[in-house]
Design a protein around this ligand. Structure first.
Ligand code: GDP
Ligand code: IMO
Ligand code: MG
Length: 433
């Protein structure tokens, strides 16, 4: 039986990773976030309540599950404290949460610079969440960043803060932006250390202990593979690698431990922010899907762009991340359309491409090769098994498996935990053991 599941977004984010992670977390010993930060917005719904998580893992609702924010993340302590207080207000107080001492720490100038870089790009802006994700990762790789563990050593933290401010204030001055004062930042981060200090530890050894103890562990990706800094639609991407391939480094474990990768995919596609989107729809169907699926950003409230399911993207991300099964999400949303379509290739300058080109200039010239299929009108949201689905919906699922070469292991027919159909036997075993 698979015991170490990686759950990743296979499109442009917001595929429903929060829902699926929470569903499996109820039967897991540990949930680990290994990249990204509070640019994510993961929705979890159960018992009539809805929660939106930014950087806290989606296993937080199960008191038995250990939640880990691992070293590959960029962590904004201010935002974590805020998230915990929102959870507390909603009655979520019984949880286990650990934060890596080696995780990069988001500092107040990161979001200011994120906004300034975006403004400077004009029409070429990325459409970032302005949470300072890119600037924080840049500082990590420039080796001038601060890390969560620094908070536990006030003198060392002060030294790192002084060194960073020297560089960052110079940059802020050059952009005519207000500088940050050492005393103010130091005092605030020491307050945050009071609140979070008890959770900060060497999470890699914690995870490795659980692995050796035969624990069931979920690795929860953020964003989606097409937003990957290496393999996505560069430069319209985030600044990390959402792939299963980033789990070993981002969690501090050996790659040999991973035994199952679930690719979370909407039954259509969405994208927030700028950048090419080959199957994008601009007509009434986009409007219908957006309203039925409540396709507005969890973090920024921006309307999400809508397109058909893109099998070119699915094959590409499936191969890159070693996806074993799809969790096919928001399947209920497609009900009521006369026809549905799947993109199986990109037509570009007389050629049909089977995988996305590397430049967005070429991707923007790609036209989707679509296969149209009959739609269905039945409401799927109360259906509990694959057998109950109407014939046209079953045919759509089978077509996705055929054109991607990857089986569908889970079908989601609504945002709530209860609206989940698990088809694959090994995933059922995970839940039943
Ligand atoms: P994530 O970032 O991948 O965790 O996804 P988000 O939470 O940002 O966006 C997914 C949205 O779809 C959320 O509002 C979920 O509550 C909702 N959702 C998840 N699965 C389903 C589903 O099967 N059907 C419907 N109608 N909504 C769903
Ligand atoms: P979850 O985990 C959807 C997008 C932003 C922007 C680009 C870069 O909820 O799926 P960033 O702030 O990361 O520098 O922005 O990436 N983006 C997301 N889109 N879901 C997300 O996370 C995203 N995180 C970042 O809209 O286009
Ligand atoms: Mg989201």
């Amino acid at each position: 039986m698979s015991k170490r599941l990686v759950i990743i977004g296979s499109q442009w984010g917001d595929e429903g990773k929060g829902k699926i992670t929470d569903y499996f977390a109820c039967k897991s010993d540990m949930v680990v976030r290994y990249q990204g930060g509070n640019n994510a917005g993961h929705t979890v719904a159960f018992g009539g309540n809805k929660y939106s998580l930014r950087s806290i893992p989606s296993g937080i609702f199960n008191p038995e599950t250990v939640n880990v924010m691992a070293n590959g993340m960029v962590i904004n302590p201010e935002s974590v404290v805020n998230e915990l207080s929102i959870l507390r207000d909603k009655g979520v107080t019984d949880y286990q949460l650990y934060i890596s001492d080696r995780a990069a720490m988001v500092m107040p100038w990161h979001s200011v610079l994120d906004g300034a870089y975006e403004a400077g790009k004009g029409n070429a802006r990325i459409g970032t969440t302005k949470n300072g994700i890119g600037p924080c990762y840049s500082d990590k790789y420039s080796r001038i960043g601060l890390r969560m563990g620094d908070l536990l050593e006030p003198e060392y933290f002060a030294e790192r803060l002084r060194a960073a401010l020297e560089i960052k204030n110079r940059e802020l001055r050059s952009l005519d932006l207000p500088e940050f004062d050492f005393e103010t930042v130091y005092a605030r981060y020491m307050e945050l250390a009071e609140e979070l200090g008890g959770m900060i530890c060497d999470t890699s050894s914690l995870i490795n202990k659980a692995l050796k103890g035969d624990g069931k562990i979920l690795f929860e990706g953020a964003q989606g593979m097409m937003l990957c800094i290496d393999h996505g639609t560069y430069p319209y991407v985030t600044s990390s690698t959402p792939s299963s391939a980033s789990v070993p480094v981002g969690a501090g474990i050996s790659p040999k431990w991973i035994d199952h990768v679930v690719g979370v995919a909407k039954s259509y596609c969405t994208r927030v922010g700028e950048g090419p989107f080959p199957t994008e729809l601009f007509d009434d169907r986009a409007h219908d899907i957006r309203e039925r699926g409540h396709e507005y950003g969890t973090v920024t409230g921006r309307p999400r762009r809508i397109g058909w399911f893109d099998a070119v993207v699915a094959r590409y991300t499936g191969e890159l991340a070693g996806i074993d099964h799809w969790a096919l999400m928001l399947f209920d949303v497609l009900s009521g359309l006369d026809t549905v379509a799947i993109c199986v290739g990109y037509e570009c300058e007389g050629e049909v491409l089977q995988s996305p080109p590397s430049t967005i200039s070429r991707l923007a010239r790609c036209k989707p090769v679509l296969i149209e299929m009959e739609g269905w009108s039945e409401d799927l949201s109360e259906m509990k098994s694959y057998d109950e689905l109407p014939a046209a919906a079953k045919a759509y699922v089978r077509k996705i498996e055929e054109v991607t070469g990857i089986p569908v292991g889970v079908i989601s027919v609504g945002p709530d935990r209860s609206q989940t159909i698990v088809i694959d036997e090994s995933l059922r075993e995970f839940l039943n053991s």
